[in-house]
Structures are given as C-alpha cells and as structure tokens.
Design a protein around this ligand. Structure first.
Ligand SMILES: [Zn+2]
Length: 260
C-alpha cells in the first residue's frame, strides 16, 4: 500500500512534467527552461503555485496574478498519471513489471493528450517509447506470444526482446499499410507517420499479439466515437482530422491495465 501511494505521488509529479512536454514540444520550445509561466500574463509560476493538483485546487483553477482561467487539462493529466502509477504498483507490487507499466502509462498519456491538443505526436515519446519498450523486454519477460512459440527453446531474454521487436515492427507496418490503403482509396491522408511511430512504441511494450488487440480496440473506438463526435458537433467529416493517436493510446493503456 505504502509503495503504491508513493508511486501515485511520483505519478502526479511526472504528470506535471508531461504537461510541460504536451505544451512545449509541438511549439519546439525547451522543456527544461525557462520555468513555466502563466499563458495569459506571462508571470513565472512560483514553486508553491506549481504543486501538482493541490495548487490548481487552492487557486480555484485561476492564475494568482491575472485570475485567467487555467485549463482543466493540467490537473486532469496529473491525476490520470498519478492514478495509473498507483494502479501499476498496487497490482504488480514494487517490481520491474510495475515500473514498465508506469513508463508505458506516462508515454501514452503524453501522446493521447498531445494528439488531442495539437495533432502532434513527438518523436521523443513515440520513438523514445519504442526504445524504452525494447529495453524493458530485456529486463522483464514479455508474456509469450507467437514469437515465443517459434523460439520456445531459447533463453527468455532473447524470446522477450524478439517478441517486443516483432510487436514494434509488424504493428507499425500494419498501421502504415492501413494508412497507405486509406490514402489510395479516399485520396487524402487519414493517418500520419506519428501514428505509425506510436504504434511501434505500443508494439515494443505490449508484444505482437497484444499490440494487435490494442490496434483493433483503438480503431473501433476511433471509428465509433469519432463518427459520433463529427455528427454531434456538426464537424465537416471531409476536413475534420481525427486524433487517431488519442484513441490508439487510450485503448492500449486500458488494455494493458485492465486485461493485459
Ligand atoms: Zn496570469
């Protein structure tokens, strides 16, 4: 219990940093400096006004200086990452597997919100996520899949990394093919290269079999919810760009935490 609570608190802080990445990376700004300022009046935010979740609640969601409203997105991202970190350690105990789940959750939350906010999926998180997934496969065994059957007699580390690499390569190739077909049939781009790279990260963390389930879940959710949104919000379906990465990431996290 204590470990899970500590992990949750660490998640709040990581979530706060992810908010900085979500805002700055698509704008090509450094995530290290300068320190965060109010988007309205530019006043630098003091450390005591920058405490995850707590400051937002104490300030009533407004800038201390100019009283401009602060987006709900900030506390929501912090809360989501905090809860996911808590759940990872609560279910897995203080293990490498739990750390892997936490890193996966952090990478996915950044990508989900960044895609929603700016339709950009930063390489640092897509390609960086794929590299992290491969590394974790060498540290903690991946659940055996098709690749595991082919390499059944080999050392677990080799099987695990091969499963992760197959998930990254075949998963992203499958999504790239879907995007290519869509472009040929509809004559416009439905998927970006960012989505393909994001799929490599999901495949590297989940392995081949689970990556395909996540891909299917994300596509179904994207189609159903996306169509409903376009209908209800009266968007123009021929020009509205759906944040496909957001659906993919949400499905992958839900699958990894609830079923995986
Ligand atoms: Zn302000």
């Amino acid at each position: 219990m204590t470990e899970a609570v500590l992990a949750g608190l660490a998640g709040l802080i990581i979530g706060s940093f992810l908010n900085v990445c979500i805002y700055r990376m698509p704008r090509d700004l450094s995530v290290v400096r300068p320190r965060s300022g109010c988007p309205s009046c530019g006043t630098p935010i003091a450390w005591y006004d920058n405490i995850p979740l707590v400051s937002y609640l104490l300030l009533g969601g407004r800038c201390r200086r100019c009283r401009a409203a602060i987006s709900m997105r900030y506390p929501l991202v912090e809360l989501a990452v905090g809860l996911l970190f808590f759940a990872a350690v609560w279910t897995q105990g203080p293990t490498v597997e739990a750390v892997k789940l936490c890193v996966f959750a952090a990478v996915m939350v950044e990508l989900v919100v960044s895609d929603l906010d700016s339709r950009i999926l930063p390489d640092e998180f897509t390609l960086g996520g794929a590299a992290a997934g491969l590394l974790f496969a060498a540290l903690t065994p991946m659940p055996p899949g098709i690749v595991g059957l082919l390499l059944a007699e080999r050392h677990w580390r080799l099987v695990s990394v091969a499963e992760s690499a197959a998930g990254a390569l075949i998963g992203s190739a499958a999504l790239w093919t879907v995007g290519w077909l869509y472009l040929r049939i509809r004559g416009r781009e439905g998927l970006g290269l960012g989505d393909v790279k994001m799929m490599a990260a999901i495949g590297a963390f989940l392995g081949l079999h689970r990556a395909f389930v996540a891909l299917m879940l994300g596509s179904i959710a994207g189609s159903v919810i996306g169509l409903l949104f376009i209908l209800l919000a009266r968007k123009d379906a021929s020009t509205y760009e759906l944040p496909y990465g957001s659906f993919l990431g949400a499905a992958a996290v839900a699958y990894a935490f609830l079923l995986g």
